[in-house]
Design a protein around this ligand. Sequence first.
Ligand code: FNR
Length: 344
Amino acid sequence: MDQKHAHRKDEHIFIAEKQYTAKSNNGLDQIRILPNNLPELSFDEIDYSTSLAGKKMEVPFFINAMSGGSPTTTKLNKKFALAASETGIAMATGSQSIAIKFPEISPSFQIVREQNPTGFVIGNLGAGNNLHNAKKAVSMLSADALEIHLNAIQEIIMPEGDRDFYWQEEISEIINQLQVPVIIKEVGFGISPNTLKILKKINAKYIDLSGHGGTNFAKIENQRLHGEDFSCLDDLGLNIAECLIASQSYHDDFSFTASGGIRTPLDIIKCLCLGADNVGISGLFLHTLLKDDVSGLIKLIEEFKHQVKSIMTILGCKNIAELRDVPLIFSNELLSFKKQITNF
Ligand code: FNR
């Protein structure tokens, strides 16, 4: 076991939890939903099934990438997988790069599949990995899909991080040749429309916009810091409200996952109204697991399921397609962002 890498995985978990706040800055509070006072619908009619990486999902939110690579994060992976299996939601593991380098670490990720043999499991690798590594990551988990994360900001802050960001060619090869669907994701700084333009050219279909305002890897790396103070990057990025607005003209090209600072069922609803097909949650689920263990996480997921359906009911929307027509009111700040972003 490589101690240095394993230690980093633990640090990410514990610093993320230390920095966790009940309220995030996901930007969704700048969007108001116009109420519907005559919903003409009953709770039992709600069907919130959707798709994730091209596959039908019964529940429109999932546990996003976080864990694996050390004894502590193996235990967390096991617990996340138990919660995913029990509640029938999808789950992504944390980056498997460490297990590609040190195959003896693979069980830290394989435990997710063992606990959830029939569930939808998503593997995860950093950009910069090649097709060969991507195939290994998928077969390690019998993964149903693979996330490739774009984390240039995080890498440049990490003293041990990458300094070489020629990523497009390998990403393109993976997208076009891997046997399972590939989700291109950020890690909490948001994917911008100019990046979407490139991702479209290389045939990407599934994008997790992973916006700013929840887990903040600039702040996490700065707290771990063993070198330069990079706190000037703490505020760089787009939040998920901005990302979803900025990507409006790409809705025919991609299926979007919304993530980054999701805290409530209403946050999920707003992301679905703005065109996301599904929603990924990391920080909140980690916090809940550490505080209330698996039973607490299962309880929260069940409450979220019930409340998402409840909100759909009072909005008079029996499915996700109908949420897209809900009238939304934007703050002046967001309106100004919307106007300016169309230039890019
Ligand atoms: C992450 N995230 C992440 N993403 C990824 O693609 N690979 C990874 O290995 C990790 N590792 C990781 C560890 C921890 C402790 C956290 C909290 C998060 C990023 C995650 O998937 C997500 O994109 C961001 O955290 C934003 O969502 P939240 O946390 O604000 O809901």
